[in-house]
Write a protein that binds this ligand. Structure first.
Ligand code: DX5
Ligand code: ZN
Length: 228
C-alpha cells in the first residue's frame, strides 16, 4: 500500500482548546498537522501565525507541522515559521514574485518546501523547480475557508501531478486540500494523492461527540484508503 498520510486541518478545530484538539487527533492516528495561515489579503480570511505554531511545539506536539501559507508576500514570514517549528512550508506561486528564490529560502531555513495550486492554477509552475519541491499541494476548493465542496476537476489534475512526480523519480508528496470526506477519499487516493488534508471532515464530526470520535472518523478514512 502507498504510504498514505492524513493531515487534519486545525482551521476547523476548537481554537479555545487547540492543544487538546491536536493531541487528541494525533492520538487517534493522524500523521501530520495541517496549519492554515491566512492574511486577509491573499485570501479573504485571517487565521493564525508563527506564535501559534510555536505554542503547539511548546505544548509538546512532535508530529510534522505542515504550514500552508495563504499570505502575500511570503518571504518575510518564512524564517519566523522555521523558528516556530514548521516541518513543511508551502506557498502559492501567485503570492511570490520569485518562486525559485522562495523555495530556496524555505530549504535554507531547514524546512521541506512545497508549491500550492489553486483550482485554476496550472501545474506548469513546477517546470524548472521540481527538484526543489518536497510537496505538491493541490487545492480542491478555492482557498480561504473550511467546509467547502470538493471540485471534481481536481481528480484529473491529481492524475497529471502524479504522472509528473512518477516520471521525475523524485521523492515528492502529493497533497490534496479541500472538501475531503469519507465518501470521496477513496477516489482521491486512486487519482494519485498520498497526503489528505481534512478540516471539517474530521473536526466538525468529532466536535459532535467525545475525543473517541477522532478514532471513529480516522478509522473510517483508513478503511476507505485500505481499499485503494
Ligand atoms: C482552505 C484550507 C483548508 C481547509 C480545508 O483554504 O487550505 O486546509 O481547512 O477545510 P475542509 O476540509 O473543511 O474543506
Ligand atoms: Zn490548507
Amino acid at each position: 500500500m502507498t504510504d498514505f498520510a492524513i493531515a487534519p486541518s486545525i482551521l476547523s478545530a476548537d481554537f479555545a482548546r487547540l492543544g487538546e484538539e491536536v493531541d487528541n487527533v494525533l492520538a487517534s492516528g493522524a500523521d501530520i498537522v495541517h496549519f492554515d495561515v491566512m492574511d486577509n489579503h491573499y485570501v479573504p480570511n485571517l487565521t493564525i501565525g508563527p506564535l501559534v505554531c510555536d505554542a503547539l511545539r511548546n505544548h509538546g506536539v512532535t508530529a510534522p507541522i505542515d504550514v500552508h501559507l495563504m499570505v502575500k508576500p511570503v518571504d518575510r514570514i518564512i524564517p519566523d515559521f522555521a523558528k516556530a517549528g514548521a516541518s513543511y512550508i508551502t506557498f502559492h506561486p501567485e503570492a511570490s514574485e520569485h518562486i525559485d528564490r522562495t523555495l530556496g529560502l524555505i530549504k535554507e531555513q531547514g524546512c521541506k518546501s512545497g508549491l500550492v495550486f489553486n483550482p485554476s492554477t496550472p501545474l506548469s509552475h513546477l517546470d524548472y523547480v521540481l527538484d526543489k519541491v518536497d510537496m505538491i499541494l493541490l487545492m480542491s476548493v478555492n482557498p480561504g475557508f473550511g467546509g467547502q465542496s470538493f471540485i471534481p476537476a481536481t481528480l484529473g489534475k491529481l492524475r497529471q501531478a502524479r504522472k509528473i512526480i512518477d516520471d521525475s523519480g523524485l521523492d515528492i508528496r502529493l497533497e490534496i486540500d479541500g472538501g475531503v470526506k469519507v465518501d470521496n477519499i477513496g477516489e482521491i487516493a486512486a487519482a494519485g494523492a498520498d497526503t489528505f488534508v481534512a478540516g471539517s471532515g474530521i473536526f466538525s464530526f468529532a466536535q459532535s461527540g467525545d475525543a473517541n470520535t477522532y478514532d471513529t472518523i480516522l478509522g473510517q478514512f483508513r478503511k476507505e484508503l485500505a481499499k485503494v
